[in-house]
Design a protein around this ligand. Structure first.
Ligand code: ACO
Length: 362
């Protein structure tokens, strides 16, 4: 048995490939650096869903339909009452998504693609005692998310940064949440059920719940000069350093550099204080030095969540919302994998080895 299913092949996919030795991510035949340079979120969503749903479309058409879907799901945000809003934002999103009809058709997929993007800004505003802002179908997905969050027109640099984030995290092989989505799809339960299962897997701190704690760590470190000592003490206490390590990557996660690159124009244009970036660089250097010494046999490097934390903070998202923003970007991957599984796969039903007691003879 492979603990944690490490290295077990559990699906064939045409969607994405994670090369952990080379530090390379390919999505439908295109490398991440090319996607980040050339493609919008809507283009990558069209790429991922192509051939897996009953309608064909290009980037422009998907952008139009997705904008309509944002408007369609907006009214569901009103179901977030005071009791629900007391829960963490990702749990409120999950409860709101659970109210959407289940199904395998393209309209269900579109509603699910739109829902996290509409629900998260609405939930954050409602928690602050403000009214949700209705979607604007003339805007791109990234621009509309930022406008629904703040009520203001975002800058070009902010829109580009969020768009790059959504592209960067759109799909990533058979990670825990995507596997959950495929397991549910293999039972033919419907896309809403797949997305709910995936979102539940995502929120754990070992998966998509890490970026909030990354900022907690940066706050605790405080200044670049404290980094070495703080990291040493944390490792002495046996703590895991959030934003570092990965099951597949043995080198730097390529998504970390994509996100660091997306942050740079915000810093250069003075929209974000560069001090946070300098602190992050010092922490990264200190962590890598400490982990190399302590775990020479297990290469551990920075993962996607480290620069996610900096980028989403720079865009004005509160840290308790970071997992929800991750879900906005990853939902298209969950949907594509669910469709691929439903169309081409078989019921996922592995076996366990029983190690409990045997019945005693009567
Ligand atoms: N800090 C300190 N030590 C670490 C870290 C870390 N971030 N990551 C792994 N290690 C150590 C473990 O303690 C373990 O040491 P041991 O063998 O002496 O017990 C060894 O490295 C191997 O760790 P595993 O848990 O077996 O590695 P696994 O592949 O199961 O875990 C994971 C990968 C969960 C991402 C891990 O690296 C971790 O906990 N990182 C911190 C949380 C995080 O950043 N999660 C986001 C991941 S990216 C994503 O999901 C989007």
């Amino acid at each position: 048995m492979k603990n944690g299913l490490e290295d077990v092949i559990a699906a064939e996919t045409q969607l994405s490939d994670v090369d952990g030795e080379a530090g390379r991510l390919i999505i439908r035949g295109v490398s991440l650096d090319h996607l980040v340079r050339d493609s919008s979120y809507e283009a990558v969503a069209a790429l991922l869903l192509d051939g897996l749903v009953e309608r064909s479309f290009d980037e422009a058409l998907l952008r139009e339909w997705l904008a309509s879907a944002r408007i369609r799901v907006f009214n569901h945000a009103a179901a977030a009452d005071a009791a629900l809003l007391a829960l963490p934002p990702v749990d409120v999103m999950r409860a709101l998504i659970a109210r959407l009809p289940d199904g395998d058709d393209f309209d269900t997929a579109l509603s699910l693609l739109a829902a996290p993007a509409v629900f998260l800004p609405a939930v954050l505003r409602l928690r602050r005692g403000e009214d949700p802002i209705a979607p604007d179908p003339s805007l791109s997905h990234a621009a509309d998310i930022l406008r629904m969050l703040t009520g203001e027109k975002p800058t070009l640099e902010q829109v580009a940064a969020l768009d790059t984030y959504l592209v960067t995290i759109s799909d990533h092989g058979l990670n825990a949440s995507t596997f959950a989505s495929r397991v549910i799809a293999s039972t033919k339960a419907g896309l809403t059920s797949s997305v709910l299962a995936a979102l539940s897997a995502l929120k754990g701190p070992l998966h998509g719940g890490a970026p909030g704690p990354v900022l907690d760590m940066l706050d605790a470190v405080g200044t670049p000069e404290n980094a070495d000592g703080w990291i040493r003490d944390a490792l002495d206490r046996g703590e895991r350093l959030m934003g570092f390590g990965h099951r597949i990557y043995r080198v730097r996660d390529p998504r970390a550099d994509a996100l660091k690159g997306a942050l740079a124009p915000l810093i250069a244009s003075g929209q974000v204080n560069g001090a946070r970036g300098a602190l992050a660089e010092a922490v990264e250097t200190a962590v890598l030095a400490a982990l190399t010494t302590r775990k020479p046999d297990r290469p551990l490097d920075v993962n996607v969540e480290f620069y996610t934390a900096l980028l989403l903070e720079a865009l004005g998202f509160p840290r308790e919302a970071f997992t929800g923003v991750f879900a906005i970007g990853r939902t298209v991957g969950w949907l594509a994998h669910a469709r691929e599984q439903a169309l081409e796969g078989r019921l996922i039903r592995p076996r366990s080895v029983y190690i409990g007691p045997l019945p005693t003879a009567a």
